[in-house]
Design a protein around this ligand. Structure first.
Ligand SMILES: [Zn+2]
Length: 275
């Protein structure tokens, strides 16, 4: 079993899982989706009562319920370096909260304005500032203000979606598309009607140029005048793709998922040794 990277952007990856099985591909999909740990805002403390700024009194009130604001804060991707942080319940601080298991942010804004994710200020390391700065949280009118302290902790998507690193995690069997040149009648239907533009060429020769784009819809089989096209699925190789929410790079997420799955299968092997 091996992985061949097709694309590795900062927040987006596609790769081929080679010489594997559908069971292993699905295990990897579920691990990427649910098991990669990340930091997310889990505790939110709202200041109550008036807030004085430059001699003017503001009301600590917003158009949204505090619960809605807390939920929105929880869904903001918090930068996560898996080398720096550990889950709070496994931390050497005994779960009290320290820089190894928590990130504290403050949010201090007065209206009128739109409070955005970029207004979250990390207390301590400035590199922990949220990367997506323009996620709207709440609109403040004149005379309104928010003063909030939050704590981000590490978790996984099994507990709550705010700890979900990856989305759009999916795979397909490796498509195998071929054209029998002897049967091809050069109707060129495949050039115009293939929804994924897998084919290219001209009256002299038509080629399969991008088989990985094929979704195995098999529509080409119905419109090819010479029945020259063959489309099959390789059930030992899988084309994967996923994106991250920006809390970590796609490369870091994939490395963590594969190491987690490797650890789990190792533990299963050790169980078998004990029979
Ligand atoms: Zn700690």
């Amino acid at each position: 079993m091996e992985i061949e990277i097709l694309e590795m952007a900062e927040r987006k990856a596609s790769f081929v899982l080679k010489n594997s099985t559908a069971a292993m591909a699905n295990a990897l999909r579920r691990t990427i989706l649910g098991d990669i740990p990340k930091m997310a805002i889990d505790k939110v403390e709202f200041h109550l009562g008036p807030i004085m700024v430059d001699g003017k009194e503001y009301e600590s009130i917003t158009p949204l319920f505090d619960e809605i604001i807390a939920h929105r804060l929880g869904m903001i991707p918090v930068p996560t370096d898996l080398q720096l942080f550990v889950p709070q319940d496994k931390c050497s601080c005994g779960g009290e909260g320290c820089p190894s298991c928590t990130i504290m942010y403050s949010l201090n804004k007065i209206g009128p304005c739109t409070v955005r994710s970029g207004d979250l200020i990390p207390l301590g390391d400035p590199t922990l500032k949220v990367k997506d700065e323009f996620i709207p949280i709440v609109e403040l009118a004149d005379g309104q203000a928010v003063l909030i302290y939050t704590i981000a902790t590490m978790g996984t998507a099994k507990k709550h979606v705010k700890w979900q690193v990856a989305n759009g995690v999916g795979y397909k069997y490796m498509p195998i598309v071929s054209i029998d040149a002897d049967k091809c009648k050069h109707c060129e239907k495949c050039l115009t009607d293939c929804p994924k533009h897998v084919f290219s060429g001209d009256q002299k020769k038509i080629k399969v140029t991008d088989p990985l784009k094929c979704t195995l819809c098999e529509s080409c089989l119905s419109f090819c005048a010479g029945n020259a096209i063959s489309v099959t699925a390789d059930d030992k190789n899988f084309v994967f793709k996923f994106e991250t929410d920006g809390s970590m790079t796609a490369e870091a997420a994939l490395k963590k998922a594969t190491s987690l799955l490797s650890e789990q299968t190792k533990q299963l092997g050790q169980l078998a040794d004990g029979f």
